[in-house]
Design a protein around this ligand. Structure first.
Ligand code: PLP
Length: 374
C-alpha cells in the first residue's frame, strides 16, 4: 500500500501505540487525584506538555491540551473574539481556512461580528497586504492558517501577526498550524497569540489536540467544568493520548531534514507527471512540499481516486472533511469547474519514499490511459 493521504491523517507510529496502551493499562489514575496513582498520571501529562512545548518553541505553561485541532480552533477564535467585543466587532479570516475555522468565524457573524474574508490570489497564495488593508481599530481578531490543507499554500503567519500588531496591538492573532506542526517552523515570538495543532497529522492518535496560548493573552473560555487546563479546557485529561502525542513529537524527526526529504519526493512526483497534457498544478509553486494538488483534466476526481486505490495508491480528492464535495479552497481560487471536479491531492509524510511517489506517478499515467474521459 502506498499511502499518500497524510493531510487527512497519518499512520500511528507503533511506538506511539505502545505508549498509549501502556498508559491505559498501567497509569489509569486521574491526574487531579491526590494519591500516587493520580500523581503518576499528572507527571505523564506534565512531561508530555514540556516535550510538546519544546517542539513548539514556547513555555510549557502556554500549552493547553484539547480533544482535537477543531476544538483548539473553536476555543481560540470564539474565546478571543468574545472577550474583545467591548471595543470592536471585526474579525478577519482567510478564504481558504479549514471548516473548523471557517464555520467558527461564520458563527461569530450570527453573534453580530462583522466577518471579513480575504480571498486567495489566483495562484492560491494569501497576500499579507490583503489582510493588512482590512485591519483597523475595531479589529478584534485575525486568523490565518500556516499551511493550507488542500493545496499546501504556505503563509508566513509569524510575519503577518507582527504586521497586524503594528497596526493594532490589541488585535488577537490566531494561527491554525494543524498542517504545519513538525513540518514547517512557526516562530512563537510574541505576535502570534494562539496556535492550534493536532496529534493525528504527526503520527499520533486522533482525538488529541493542543492549543498554544501566549502567556498573558486573554480569552473567554467556551467550556465549563472542573477547571482542568487552568480552567481553559475543563474535562479530565486524555492522559494516554497526551503521552502518545508527545511520543509522536519525539519520534517524527527534525523539521529541516524531513522537509528536505519530502521536497525531493514531491519534486520526483511532480516532475514525473508535469508534462502530461491532462495535468495542471493547483498548488502554488511555493507551497509546502508535503501537499501536491493537481487536476487531471477529463477525469473526475472520484473515478481517478478509486482507480489509484485499485493500484494500491491512496490519495484524496480534497480535504478529508469534504467527503467528495467540491473543494472550497479551489473554488476560492476561482478555478473553473473542470479543474475543481478533477482535482487530486497527494499528501506526503517523512515516511514517504522515492519509490512510493514513482509508483504513484506510474499509477496515475496508467489511469489516464485506462480510464474513459468523462
Ligand atoms: N485545521 C486544518 C488545517 C486541518 O487540516 C484539520 C484536519 O484536517 C483541522 C484543522 C482539524 O483537526 P482535527 O481533525 O484534529 O479536528
Amino acid at each position: 500500500m502506498i499511502y499518500l493521504d497524510n493531510a487527512a491523517t497519518t499512520n500511528v507510529f507503533p511506538e506511539v501505540a505502545e505508549v498509549i496502551a501502556s498508559v491505559l493499562r498501567d497509569s489509569f489514575g486521574n491526574p487531579s487525584s491526590l494519591y500516587s496513582l493520580g500523581i503518576e498520571s499528572k507527571k505523564i501529562v506534565d512531561r508530555s506538555r514540556a516535550q510538546i512545548a519544546r517542539a513548539m518553541g514556547c513555555d510549557p505553561s502556554e500549552v493547553y491540551f484539547t480533544s482535537c485541532g477543531t476544538e483548539s480552533n473553536n476555543l481560540a477564535i470564539l474565546g478571543a473574539a468574545r472577550s474583545r467585543k467591548a471595543w470592536g466587532n471585526k474579525v478577519i479570516v482567510s478564504g481558504i481556512e479549514h471548516p473548523s475555522v471557517q464555520n467558527t468565524a461564520a458563527s461569530l457573524a450570527n453573534e453580530g461580528f462583522e466577518v471579513v474574508v480575504i480571498p486567495p490570489e489566483e495562484d492560491g497564495n494569501l497576500s499579507i497586504d490583503g489582510f493588512l488593508n482590512e485591519v483597523d481599530k475595531r479589529t478584534v481578531l485575525v486568523t490565518c492558517m500556516r499551511v493550507n490543507n488542500e493545496t499546501g499554500a504556505l503563509t508566513d503567519t509569524a510575519l503577518l501577526a507582527k504586521k497586524v500588531k503594528e497596526i493594532n496591538r490589541r488585535t488577537a492573532f490566531h494561527c491554525d498550524a494543524v498542517q504545519s506542526f513538525m513540518k514547517h517552523t512557526t516562530a512563537l515570538d510574541g505576535s502570534i497569540d494562539s496556535m492550534s495543532v493536532s496529534g493525528h497529522k504527526i503520527h499520533g492518535p486522533k482525538g488529541i489536540g493542543v492549543l498554544y496560548l501566549r502567556k498573558g493573552f486573554s480569552l473567554e473560555k467556551t467550556q465549563f467544568g472542573g477547571g482542568q487546563e487552568k480552567g481553559m479546557r475543563s474535562g479530565t485529561e486524555n492522559v494516554a493520548y497526551i503521552a502518545g502525542m508527545a511520543k509522536a513529537v519525539e519520534l517524527i524527526g527534525p523539521v529541516r531534514k524531513n522537509l528536505e526529504h519530502v521536497g525531493i519526493c514531491r519534486n520526483i512526483l511532480w516532475d514525473s507527471i508535469r508534462n502530461l497534457p491532462e495535468v495542471r498544478l493547483n498548488s502554488p509553486e511555493s507551497a509546502s512540499p508535503y501537499i501536491l494538488n493537481i487536476s487531471v483534466l477529463g477525469y473526475r476526481s472520484e473515478t481517478m481516486l478509486h482507480f489509484l486505490e485499485s493500484e494500491g495508491v491512496f490519495v484524496s480528492s480534497g480535504s478529508a472533511c469534504s467527503k467528495g464535495e467540491k473543494s472550497h479552497t479551489l473554488e476560492a481560487m476561482c478555478l473553473d469547474d473542470d479543474r475543481v471536479d478533477s482535482a487530486l491531492r497527494f499528501s506526503l509524510s517523512a515516511e514517504t519514499t522515492e519509490d512510493d511517489v514513482k509508483t504513484a506517478a506510474e499509477a496515475l499515467k496508467k489511469g489516464i490511459k485506462t480510464l474513459e474521459r468523462k
